[in-house]
Design a protein around this ligand. Structure first.
Ligand SMILES: [Zn+2]
Ligand SMILES: [Zn+2]
Length: 180
């Protein structure tokens, strides 16, 4: 494959994966796959979640794509490469910046802050019904997401934690007390 074709393939795979991730998160994880996604939405102190199994499944699919692509198709191989690039972007944003599993850095401004706010608002609902911000790289403005959450609550579609931020703080305090 020519270099421009490779660049287009990888870029298309990255953008396509954000769309796929939005769809899978909205309709699979908050649908029939909720049993695996559920513990990601509930407070706990374990290092691993059942939700991590999704990463294992998707990882296995990409490894298969690499193997088949290596044997039969450059296009498939570079698509798998683009999916892997997306995987790193996703885990850096979602597991790293938002959930602080790898490092502690809280963005104070700009688009990084908006990403965190948007995903925290995704976590504001209780259960699998309703909810906002199912994507990970493209995030709407928090004001828009809050308005949508309010609309869903009023329409009885979603149930929101009394205050997600308050719950976070209470959990943090409980952890500190337990340590003393
Ligand atoms: Zn979710
Ligand atoms: Zn999350």
């Amino acid at each position: 494959m020519s270099t421009p074709a490779i660049i287009v393939t990888v870029a298309a795979a990255v953008i396509g994966m954000e769309l796929f991730a939005w769809w899978a998160h909205r309709y699979v994880m908050h649908g029939w796959g909720w049993a695996w996604h559920r513990d990601h939405h509930e407070p706990h102190d374990r290092a691993l979640e059942k939700n991590d199994l999704f990463a294992v499944v998707f990882g296995a699919m990409v490894v298969t794509m690499f193997a088949v692509g290596y044997l039969y198709s450059d296009l498939l191989w570079w698509t798998a490469f683009g999916i892997t690039v997306y995987g790193f972007i996703y885990t850096f944003i979602h597991d790293g910046v938002v959930h602080q599993r790898y490092f502690r850095w809280v963005p104070k401004r700009g688009y990084a802050k908006r990403l965190v706010q948007a995903h925290k608002l995704h976590h504001a609902t209780i259960g699998k019904e309703g909810g906002v911000s199912f994507g990970f790289v493209f995030a709407a403005r928090p004001e828009r997401l809050k308005a949508e959450l309010k609309r869903q609550c009023e329409a009885g579609i979603a149930q929101v934690r009394s205050s997600s931020l308050e719950a976070d703080r209470a959990r943090q305090e409980a952890r500190e007390i337990a340590r003393v």
